[in-house]
Structure formats: structure tokens, C-alpha cells
Design a protein around this ligand. Structure first.
Ligand SMILES: [Zn+2]
Length: 276
């Protein structure tokens, strides 16, 4: 029997009942043919159903057991994002972005209520660290159920981190622009600090993990700048137009460091709260 011929009905029937009485070379040829021929596999399924009730019963039992196991195993959470968009944003990111929007909304609300007072706009104070909540989620085992798979993929590394960070900025920066416009904080004052903090989190993340880096930077800014600015009711020097060249220089330096050390991201363990 040549492998290009279909398996004869007689051989198929014998194969379905355990292959007894089929010569070893024929058996080999049958199996090689079945691997490549869908119609013979279909005929085999019919032959098994007809000739071998115990195989049918065994298969049904295996299926029932497997179904129970599969039902118990963890699933990827469903995402409402189209597949193409989901590639840019891990599922955990959406909740983070929503939370950031709430914080911005609250800051804007306070700004609108306190418009007549001399306080610096809260939106302006919060803007530099606004992307950090989202950035912390772009490379995190805790927030991305598929993280193990992502890390093992050939595209893992800085380019993917940057791609996802871009997705965060595409949402946060327009939101900041609208909130800043309503609160009277020009993008010229917060845009560069915002980019510097984002790049800084990615660079520091190479050393201590992205979540930890984002937390450290956000906390430092809150304690060192937002708190004092609210207490003395003055805009911080760091967000005055005169500081912008320094922010630009800082962002450029961080970008160079990121590029030089890009290989570190490929092996970075994401969410560890321990220094590697
Ligand atoms: Zn065939």
C-alpha cells in the first residue's frame, strides 16, 4: 500500500479495533497516511464508532474528566478591547487608566471649586506623575495574566514596554490637556515634566522593577512638591517656565540611558518588590 493511496475499508476496520492482524510495515504506512489525510481520519472516526464501542466509551470518559479540569483552570479574563488594541494594552492597564481619570477628575473638581483662591492648580501639580499609575502596569506579572507568555515572546523587552507606555500616554496626555485647559494650567508647563517622569520610571524600572520605580517617583513628587506647594499655596519652581530647559535636558539624558541599557528589559523580572 502506497501512502498516497487512501486506506482500504478492511484495514481501517481492523485498525479501529486495535490493529491486530495488520503487518508492521502496513501499520506504519496507515499511521503515516492518517497524519496527512483528513478524509481517512474521518473514515477512521466512523469506523471506531461502528466497530469499537469500548474506545468510544473511553473517549467519552476522558472528555468528561478533561472538561471538569478545564473548567477549573484559570482563564484569560475577557477583554472588551479589539484584539489589535489589546496587544497595546494588558488587561490590568484599563483599570489603572480609569483610576487615573478619576484622580484627574477629582483634582479638576477641586480646582474649579477653589478657582478664586491663590492655590496653584492641582491638575498642574498632579500632571507630571499622572501617567505613572498606568506605566506601572505595562510590565507587571501581577496585573497581566499573560505576563509569563509575554516575557517569553521574542518581542519582549524595551520595545514592547515603550509600545505599552505609548498607549498610556495616548490616553493620559489628551485627558491632561483638557483638564489643564479647564483649570488654567498650560501644557507648556507640565508636558515635559510628564515625559521626564515617564521616561524616568522606565529607566529606574530597569534597576528595581517598574511598579516599584513608579511608586518611588510618585511618592517623591507628592511629598517633595505637591505637599509643600499646597501648604504654601504657591506654584512650585520646578513647574515654572524657567525650569523647562532642565526638564528637556533631563528627559534627553534618561532617553539615552534607556536606549543604552535596552537589553536589561528583556530579562527584567517585572513586578518584584525586591531589588534584583
Ligand atoms: Zn486517505
Amino acid at each position: 500500500m502506497r501512502t498516497s493511496d487512501h486506506v482500504t475499508a478492511g484495514v481501517l476496520d481492523r485498525y479501529a479495533t486495535g490493529g491486530t492482524g495488520i503487518a508492521a510495515d502496513t501499520l506504519w504506512a496507515v499511521e503515516a497516511h492518517l497524519e496527512n489525510c483528513a478524509s481517512c481520519r474521518e473514515r477512521l472516526a466512523d469506523a471506531v464508532a461502528e466497530q469499537s464501542p469500548q474506545t468510544v466509551a473511553l473517549l467519552a470518559k476522558v472528555r468528561a474528566n478533561l472538561a471538569a479540569d478545564v473548567a477549573r483552570s484559570p482563564r484569560m479574563p475577557a477583554t472588551w478591547l479589539p484584539r489589535r488594541l489589546a496587544r497595546w494594552a494588558p488587561p490590568g492597564l484599563l483599570a489603572r487608566l480609569a483610576m487615573t481619570m478619576l484622580v484627574l477628575g477629582a483634582a479638576l473638581g477641586l480646582d474649579v471649586v477653589a478657582k478664586s483662591q491663590v492655590l496653584p492648580p492641582l491638575v498642574l501639580l498632579v500632571a507630571p506623575v499622572a501617567p505613572l499609575l498606568g506605566v506601572a502596569a505595562v510590565w507587571s506579572a501581577g496585573l497581566d495574566p499573560a505576563h509569563e507568555l509575554v516575557v517569553a515572546s521574542p518581542r519582549a523587552g524595551l520595545s514592547m514596554v515603550l509600545q505599552r507606555t505609548m498607549a498610556v500616554l495616548v490616553v493620559i496626555i489628551p485627558a491632561l490637556a483638557v483638564a489643564g485647559w479647564l483649570a488654567g494650567a498650560s501644557p507648556a508647563r507640565w508636558l515635559l515634566p510628564c515625559l521626564a517622569f515617564t521616561a524616568g520610571a522606565l529607566a529606574l524600572g530597569e534597576l528595581i522593577g517598574l511598579r516599584r520605580a513608579a511608586a518611588v517617583l510618585a511618592l517623591t513628587w507628592t511629598v517633595g512638591v505637591i505637599g509643600p506647594s499646597v501648604l504654601v499655596a504657591r506654584s512650585p519652581v520646578l513647574l515654572e517656565p524657567a525650569s523647562l530647559p532642565y526638564w528637556a535636558g533631563l528627559t534627553a539624558v534618561i532617553a539615552v540611558v534607556l536606549v543604552l541599557r535596552r537589553d536589561v528589559y528583556t530579562g527584567l523580572r517585572s513586578d518584584t518588590w525586591f531589588v534584583r
